[in-house]
Design a protein around this ligand. Structure first.
Ligand code: ADP
Length: 368
């Protein structure tokens, strides 16, 4: 297989002129973040955000030009307004400095975990549904592009449509908007993207999708704390993050890595959720604490982070989320749903408390 070089990509991009047709997009310094890895190419085109819609044909032309290079397997070009955002930091909210905001979306909160399989997606979905049950306008961005779970957990199949041929409409179920790579790529297609490609794909899921107006967007992050996660935490204007951990991971310090990652990029950690905290027996209802329950609460205290709540290991949680009707929707009066709603309330309160929350407050949930 022919190897592709950055020079080849830049050479190909020189065939694309800016809208004013004065010069090409390379000479005008509009290309940034160029990454070439194993034939997969990703780059950003810096534009004035005012004209974002007009630039879509140029973005496509740039992708096409690079795609024609022998050996290129995939091309992802994203439009960014990086320069414009940096030029006016005093007008941007603190979490958006140097990052492009997503119009219409008030707060973006990442749900992350130190490693896979701890129930991050399950917790993200149920928190999103609990926020929505509280009357907020909610979206879920499934950033776990290697193993997207949201189509299954939110019970959504099919493909998103694009009425204007430019932006995709977000999918929707249970009153929550959802976008996931799982809607765009067949399930059995292996994901060959590496870090930078993941970032480009994520930027498109974030920005080339019509999310409408949202009070809060929950980002289901890829598991782990590697480069891809770090870049994501850096490039998405996050208002905060939530770390999901099981009691035994706390002992293994995985959650601490997640915490450090967000601290490094100055994203506030809203708190830790302990999942699979204890086992509640489906027959007798008795609690068994298999993994020395309570570790997350103690660890959160030691690390100076809030403990947001605990969710037990329960078949009902697995069956409902794997069946497309998570427990907050299918059994809203259950103790687990109440626990998720209490966690969601705490998250919303914390966003409120940092002073950046100018949107309507979360209505109180009346529990009978
Ligand atoms: P991650 O996103 O961390 O990889 P998932 O949310 O996909 O993890 O969860 C992995 C599996 O564990 C799923 O089958 C899910 O239904 C199940 N699961 C998650 N949390 C719980 C829980 N509290 N009780 C029972 N099963 C759970």
């Amino acid at each position: 297989m022919a190897t592709v070089s950055e020079e080849q990509v830049l050479e190909a991009l020189k065939s694309v002129n800016d809208l004013q047709d004065k010069d090409n997009i390379v000479s005008l310094g509009m290309i940034s973040g160029l990454m070439v890895k194993d034939g997969n190419v990703g780059f950003a085109i810096e534009i004035d955000p005012k004209n974002a819609n007009e630039y879509e044909p140029l973005r496509k032309a740039a992708e096409k030009a690079v795609d024609a290079i022998p050996g290129v397997l995939s091309v992802t070009a994203v439009l960014t307004a990086h320069k414009a955002a940096e030029a006016s930091p005093q007008t941007a909210p603190p979490q958006a400095r140097g990052k492009q905001m997503v119009p219409g979306v008030e707060h973006i909160v990442a749900v992350a975990s130190g490693k896979g399989g701890v129930g991050k997606s399950t917790v993200a979905t149920n928190i999103a549904l609990a926020l929505s049950a509280g009357g907020l306008r909610v979206g879920i961005l499934d950033a776990d592009i290697y193993g997207p779970s949201q189509p299954r957990m939110m019970g959504i199949s099919g493909r998103p449509v694009s009425p204007d041929g430019e932006r995709l409409e977000a999918m929707q179920n249970h009153g929550v908007k959802v976008m996931s790579m799982g809607f765009l790529v067949p399930e059995d297609t292996p994901m060959i993207w590496r870090g930078p490609m993941v970032m480009s794909a994520l930027q498109q899921l974030l920005r080339d999708v019509n999310w409408g107006d949202l009070d809060i967007m929950i980002v289901d992050m890829p598991p782990g704390t590697g480069d891809a996660q770090l870049t994501m935490a850096q490039d998405v204007p996050l208002a905060g993050s939530v770390i999901v951990s099981t009691p035994q991971d706390i002992a293994l310090l995985d959650a601490r890595k997640g915490l450090n990652m967000f601290r490094k990029v100055e994203v506030p950690v809203l708190g830790i959720v302990e999942n699979m905290s204890y086992f509640s027996c489906p027959h007798c209802g008795e609690r068994t604490e298999i993994f020395s329950h309570g570790g997350a609460r103690e660890e959160a205290g030691r690390l100076g982070v809030d403990f947001l709540g605990e969710i037990p290991l329960d078949m009902a949680i697995r069956e409902t989320s794997d069946g497309g009707k998570p427990i907050v929707i299918s059994d809203p009066e259950s103790a687990h749903s109440k626990a998720f709603r209490a966690i969601a309330d705490r998250i919303w309160e914390k966003l409120d408390a940092d002073g950046s929350n100018t949107q309507r407050a979360m209505p109180n949930i009346v529990m009978q």
